[in-house]
Each structure stands twice: as structure tokens, then as C-alpha cells.
Design a protein around this ligand. Sequence first.
Ligand code: PLP
Length: 440
Amino acid sequence: MKSHVLHRNSLTPPPRAVSGDGIYITDAQGKRYLDACGGAAVSCLGHSDPAVRAAMHAQIDQIAYAHSGFFSSDAMEELADDLVAHAPEGIAKAYFVSGGSEAIEASLKMARQYFLEIGQPDRKYVIARRQSYHGNTLGALSVGGNMWRRQQFEPLLINASHIAPCYAYRDQLAGETDVAYGLRVANELEAAILELGAGSVAAFVAEPVVGATSGAVAPVPGYFKRIREICDQYGVLLILDEVMCGMGRTGTLHAIEQEGISGDLQTIAKGLGAGYQPIGAVLVSQKIDDAIASGSGFFQHGHTYQGHATACAAALAAQRTIRERDLLTNVVKQGELLADGLHDRFGQHPFVGDIRGRGLFRGVELVADRETKEVFDPARKINAKIKKAAFARGLMAYPMGGTIDGVRGDHVLFAPPFIVTEDDVAKIIDLFELAMNNVF
Ligand code: PLP
């Protein structure tokens, strides 16, 4: 059938999804797919959650949308109350947007405006990490360090500096302890700040657990404590990007809770609305809120759909459902089963270099050689082949080719809905094995 949609891949338009039940999606041909990655770590409640659907219906029946330049809504206010009540220490407000890239854009502008409000107009530089992804809009792409995504658009990007990621599998030296490695790479932030000029850096952006470029890479202990210290020492704002790893995905509501620090700004999206509506947010610390409130009183930013009432109602219902059904306990339990199953089945696989992650956020790194960790030739498109082989067998797994200082690596990310059972996890591993056997 001819499609007039400009799809991501014009050569092979995807099948049409016609219905969802639990963790499954059914296409127009009646084929069922087990969603083992929540799309892109989005659909944390599966595809037919009754409470979220009911909340959306109720909101639409009252009022679907009212522009935030004129009105607030109960749904927006209650969602902000809920998020702030469960937020990391120091968070005072929630600023709503429609997705992850918008959340990053808003956080960058909020950081810049904060320094204008407090009389430090020279602070304009942003530092982020290599092998990172923070979104596809130009500001978000600029801070991201994924060369494959950036390459074509370099001339359009704003200036941002990049330091090493915290990626122990690749970069930890032989004999180096986790703590020493964490300090070494965190200290690159200090060096970058000093090089740019201590008074000219506005913010450092990082994902607590890296998703879309490296496949669930968690930091080593102490890394984020040192990052926090450096930010505090040099007056730099810490922006934590929890768009993918946040909202329960790693077993705690916020991934950063496991590091014992909090950010000045924190972006959330994906799991926030569980895919029922497009929504994201910036969680804003008291000091930034105070600076804007007692300064100009007006955040110089905005989007037509920010704080969309139906999106807020969906997100509120999703977050309440996760709590009421104690789904984070299931995230931890099933996450461990998933990790154990992946280790049992693929721990010795000749082309599996690393299996890692937290909660229901697990990555498998594929390598051409386990001993040397040599990456596959990008031309072989290993991750795309795995995706295709899995999809043909009715499994959705999220493939990635990240970059390691410009060299691509292959990863597969599993981020199934929080409602998965032990049987579902076993099925994910069986189907993944079929896909791996097909490719290798
Ligand atoms: N930040 C991170 C860490 C992400 O993984 C993504 C998307 O994958 C984004 C930002 C961008 O979010 P969106 O695609 O909703 O714009």
C-alpha cells in the first residue's frame, strides 16, 4: 500500500500498528510483537493500561487542551504536585513540555537565564560527554556527543564541549579500581571548566545511566558525587538528563537516587506519560526557581502544547498506577531475572562483550572480538540486522550504533514495560536468542 508519510526509513515503511494489549502490539496483518524495549524506553505500562485510558477519557470530556498562556489546569497542577513530592532533594517546580528534546532545550535556556538573573552574564558554555544523546533538535543535538547523529548538521550546531563518558567496559584501565576510574573521568570536567574559563561555563549535562548511545551504561560508584562537587566548586549547573533512564526504569523513580546526589535541573519524558501522550518536563531546583521568580519573573521560553491537559492527565494516571501497583518492585525483580537470563544465555557468546544495566534497562554490547573488544565494522550494520531479525520473530529490541571517539559500536537495549512477568522475560530471551542465531 502506498504511503504518503515521510517515514524515518523511506525505503522500507514499517508495518501499521493497529492495536495494543499488555506488552504486545499487533500489526495490520495480525502479527503480534512483544515490546521488549517500550519502543524507545517509553511504554512502561504496556499498551492498554485501563487507568491511563480512563484518565484521558475523563480529561477530554472536561477539557482536552487550554493554552498555558491563558490557563492552568487541575491535571497540570496535580501532576506538578505529584512530581515535586517524589522528586530528588532540592527540586521545587516542574516545567512541562512535549518530549525529551524539548526538555533539554528548555533546561539549557533555563540555565542560561538563571545566570542572567543572578548577574553572571558571562556564563554561556555547556559541557557534555562524548558518546551521549540528548535529543535531535539543534540545541539538544549540539550538547549530544554522538557523532553519527551530529555529522550532517555540524554547521548548524551551537558550541558545546565534550569530555569522556563514564564507560568502564571501554575505558577503565587494567588494574584501575572503579573509584579511581570514576575520579579520573569526572576530573575531566574540572579540566574542561578551567580550559574554558571558570566563570564562563553555565552547565554540565549528563545522563545518570546512558541509554541511546551505549545501551544502559551505569556510572561507577562515586562518579556523580565528584561531578556534583566540581559543579558546586565552580558554580556550574548540573543538568541530569533522565529522559530515558528516569521515571522508574532503573528500579528507583529517578536513576540519580542511586548516586546519592541531585541535579539543579533534571529532564524527564518517555516513561512520564508511558507513551499514552507526548509529554516531558524539566524538574527545576529551588535556587533556579527563586532566581527567575525574584528576577524577571518570566521564563523566556514556551511551546504551544506545554502543559497539555490531556497529556498531564495521562502522565498523572501513569505515575499513580506505577505507585499503586508497586511496579518498581517488579522492575527490580524482573530486571534481575532479565540480567541473569542474558548472562546465562549470552555471557560466553563469542560476539557479546558486555551485559549491563539496572532495573528493566539492560544493554548487550556486541563486539567482533571479546578479548580485544574490537567493534564490528559499521558497514556490517550488525545492530540493524539484530533489530530486523528480532522484529521478524515478533520481538522489539532497540538497536544502537553509538560512537567511541568516532568509532561506532553495536548495542542492543532492552527496556520492557514494568508489567512484565517471569514468563515474558523468558520469552524475550528466547526470541533474542533466535535473532542472534540468525545474525551470527
Ligand atoms: N535525552 C535522552 C537521554 C534520550 O534518550 C532522548 C531520546 O531518546 C532524548 C533526550 C530526546 O527525547 P525525544 O526523542 O522525546 O525528543
